[in-house]
Design a protein around this ligand. Sequence first.
Ligand code: MN
Length: 504
Amino acid sequence: MEKDLKNYEAWFLTGSQHLYGEDTLKKVSSNSQEIVNELKNSLHIPVTIVYKPVLTTPDSITKILQEANNSKNCVGIITWMHTFSPAKMWINGLKVLNKPIVHLHTQYNRDIPWSSIDMDYMNLNQSAHGGREYGYILSRMRRNRKVVVGHWKNEEIHKKLATWMRAAVAWYDWQAMKIARIGDNMREVAVTEGDKVEAELKFGYSVNGYGVGDIVEAINLVSGNRIKDQVELLASEYKLSPSLEEGGNKRNNLIEAARIELGMRDFLEAGNFKAFTTTFEDLHGLKQLPGHAVQRLMAEGYGFGAEGDWKTAALVRAMKVMSTGLEGGTSFMEDYTYHMDPAGMKVLGAHMLEVCPSIAEGKSSMEVHELGIGDKDDPIRLVFDVAMGQGINVSIMDMGDRFRMLINPCQVVQADEPLPNLPVARVVWMPEPDLSTAAEAWIHAGGAHHTGFSMAVTSEMMEDFAEIADIEALFIDKDTIIREFKKEIRWNDLYYHLAGGLKK
Ligand code: MN
């Protein structure tokens, strides 16, 4: 995965018209360039902002939006109506545009110069009605977009734009993304399944199945020298359990795990995959369940879902991309077990093995423990705790007629006591608004037990992402009231049924 998002571009488009004359348009253009420079210099803005000439005719608008579609690096357009830009001019361009839109509803001058204001000033600062004309046509076309209102020098505005840009890059990354489903689904499990054809139509990524034998083949091709180097690297990076040290009775498990990691990475790189799934029910030819291999691949940026969960694999990848460069990690996660003491109800999140060390606090230890299921050699895994702070759990389900995203912020807290006998990476959190309301709402919404968990991604990023993807988004947070939430689900059923119609 890339270290930053500067290879991606957001194009800055300014709407105006010829009514005001050349002098005014020159002013519009220089104002617009000044805003672009401000955004370019903002520490919050993650992508490259590209200035485009002021748009004053239907043809120029259509042309630039077609160019945005075809541009390899453009992830979306920032639109600003400096002056009044009659919105019929935008119709044909918007009809063909297939990239995300943010409507920056700002004005060049922040304050009204009360004592000196005249009609010349008014003509140069008329976003107040220019933006409404543009908003009308987008609404009439039922076009999803983010609207950001405020002065362009305000840091909060930069942050909102940055949030949208992160969502737009993650969306861009999903287009034509390849997901390897290694083995199939965990038998009889419902929520990890879904319509892969519909997902490709809706989201742009493809999910295709591979036999475990394909992975085994790649693993068997790994040379002894590479394995030796890899074992050394693991030993230098993590605190090894004594049995994994040289001469330890589980040393061979570590060597085998290193081989599995190298082979899996070779396979994923050769196929240009960005996300993958595994299932412990199909491990033919593998000596152990890939534990640390999955953990380390996730830390490199691969999306992952266990038990064939390709929707969560895609989601984890998107959350990793959108949080590029931000503090805090992102992982595949599962609501594992509850602490139901009414004095402080919380969730312990973990998985059998596959939690991403990007969320680890301090140095991880590399351990080997028996795994009760799967009937294989004891797998190697990284064990760690997670620092306290704000987190979020997100889930995407296939509801049969649509995809639903569920978003629930949480506070990551310390475990009440140390967990010396729990040999997996784990997180303890208190969901918003509280566990009983959150779990009740989550279950009414049909939320999965698997999630994308992040300490860098925000609700607003997911909201922007869901808008771009044009899917249902349900929020469980401080404002959630169960009675209202149930109504929202029922109303959404009706809305999506009608809005989908024959053409999804
Ligand atoms: Mn699971």
